[in-house]
Design a protein around this ligand. Structure first.
Ligand code: NDP
Ligand code: GDR
Length: 376
């Protein structure tokens, strides 16, 4: 499904409700947030990038025919690396709230593309803040910045809370650190309602396939159906605090509804290793994994003696974030927010959805068409 670009006349069509602009609307959080805000009666505008293939799968169910007037869901072509484009879109949309979710969000990839990551994730945030200022929207437009637990990096305190010192460990985290501080600076210098959500890892069936949780649920579902032999992973000992994206976008909205702008840690307060995530996902599929060996030699074997998990050093990072565990006390107290989905429910939902798509691929294969495979 495609989306048209928008003329100024189309996007200024009067509509009821507040108007929001979401960057990164085609991503995991963008899709959940757009749906959440539409249900709340907002008019939702989103920025999507031009791509050579359709890249709107996650939001196709929200699509509205561009020929219909009074749409409450409108997409604009744009990019965080393009200041004039951002200024023009913000000028047209005149948003009450901006959610800056767009980013080159893959930590491992940021080591390969550090300059681009700094440009999009760091300076991109500055471009939006400057656009708000240039357009004189400081008093009208509230700004949410998608900050990250990756800022804690080499952790200085366990669990991590708003006051825990940062020690970023990747080009991604360093770029996000700039974005974090420039958001605070614009709040203090120009009185903008601008805040950081310091979100710990959050996952869902919409999670990108190369992040570890989705890579695991997708691969194990395919292994279960005989579409794939092996799941290759990097650091199995890495510890993360995993929540559900659907719960976390609600908090992003809540942060913009307060009397004054503040920064919040959003996390579950519970931590698991990558290996434990593999075990939990495998159990959902009736697979019991036993682990043998250490380091790069470590393997996971199923109850039939097949080695289905192996370590591949290509997935190690030059500098790793070994352990993250958030303390969401402030969000609980001030926003009244608690995560609704448990770790087991999250894993079960992701496995269920990946099993469904593996079953579709199995059908295609059985009917003589090859189902492709990849191991990123
Ligand atoms: P995704 O990777 O799923 O989505 C990222 C979005 O940003 C996509 O829509 C992508 O477009 C878009 N994007 C990337 N680069 C640009 C660019 N240069 N200009 C415009 N748009 C761009 O990330 P999530 O939804 O998981 O995360 C949302 C935000 O929250 C990100 O900023 C991420 O860094 C941050 N975050 C995420 C956490 C998580 O666990 N999910 C935790 C903490 C922070 P396209 O679809 O075309 O690629
Ligand atoms: P992260 O998520 O780096 O925490 O960033 P990711 O799922 O990529 O990695 C989590 C941990 O798992 C280890 N790991 C692997 N990771 C990937 N991707 N692939 C593997 O094969 C693999 N094997 C082990 C990693 O080394 C790491 O320790 C996510 C992103 O959403 C960021 O944008 C966000 O800011 C942070 O979460 C909070």
């Amino acid at each position: 499904m495609t989306f048209s670009t928008n003329s100024a006349a189309e996007v200024t069509t009067p509509a009821t409700g507040k108007v929001v602009l979401i960057t990164g609307i085609t991503g995991q959080d963008g899709a959940y947030l757009a749906e959440f805000l539409l249900k709340k009666g907002y008019v939702v505008h989103g920025i999507k990038r031009r791509a050579s293939l359709f890249n709107t799968d996650r939001i196709d169910h929200l699509y509205q025919d561009p020929h219909v007037s009074n749409r409450n869901f409108v997409l604009h072509y744009g990019d965080l690396t393009d200041s004039t484009n951002l200024i023009r879109i913000i000028q047209q949309v005149q948003p009450d709230e901006i959610y800056n979710l767009a980013a080159m969000s893959h930590v491992a990839v940021s080591f390969e593309t550090p300059e681009y990551t700094a440009n999009a994730d760091g300076i991109g945030t500055l471009r939006i803040l400057e656009a708000i200022r240039i357009l004189g929207l400081e008093k009208k437009t509230r700004f949410y910045q998608a900050s990250t637990s990756e800022l804690y990096g080499l952790v200085q305190e366990i669990p991590q809370k708003e006051s825990t010192p940062f020690y970023p460990r990747s080009p991604y985290a360093v770029a996000k650190m700039y974005a974090y501080w420039i958001t605070i600076n614009y709040r203090e210098a120009y009185g903008l309602y601008a805040c950081n959500g310091i979100l710990f890892n959050h996952e869902s069936p919409l999670r990108g396939e190369t992040f570890v949780t989705r890579k695991i649920t997708r691969a194990l579902a395919r292994i279960k159906l005989g579409l794939q032999d092996t799941l290759y992973l990097g650091n199995l000992d890495s510890l993360r605090d995993w929540g559900h994206a659907r719960d976390y976008v609600e908090m992003q909205w809540l942060m913009l509804q307060q009397e004054s702008a503040e920064d919040f840690v959003i996390a579950t307060g519970v931590q698991y290793s990558v290996r434990q995530f593999v075990d939990a996902a495998a159990r959902e599929l009736g697979i019991e994994i036993s682990w043998q060996g250490q380091g790069v030699e470590e393997t996971g074997t199923d109850q039939n003696g097949r080695v289905i998990v192996r370590v591949d050093p290509r997935y190690f990072r030059p500098t790793e974030v070994e352990t993250l565990l958030g303390d969401p006390t402030k969000a609980k107290e001030k926003l009244g927010w608690t995560p609704r989905t448990s770790f087991d429910e999250l894993v079960a939902e992701m496995v269920r959805e990946d099993l469904k798509s593996a079953e579709r691929d199995e059908l295609v294969k059985k009917n003589g068409y090859a189902a492709f495979d990849y191991h990123e």
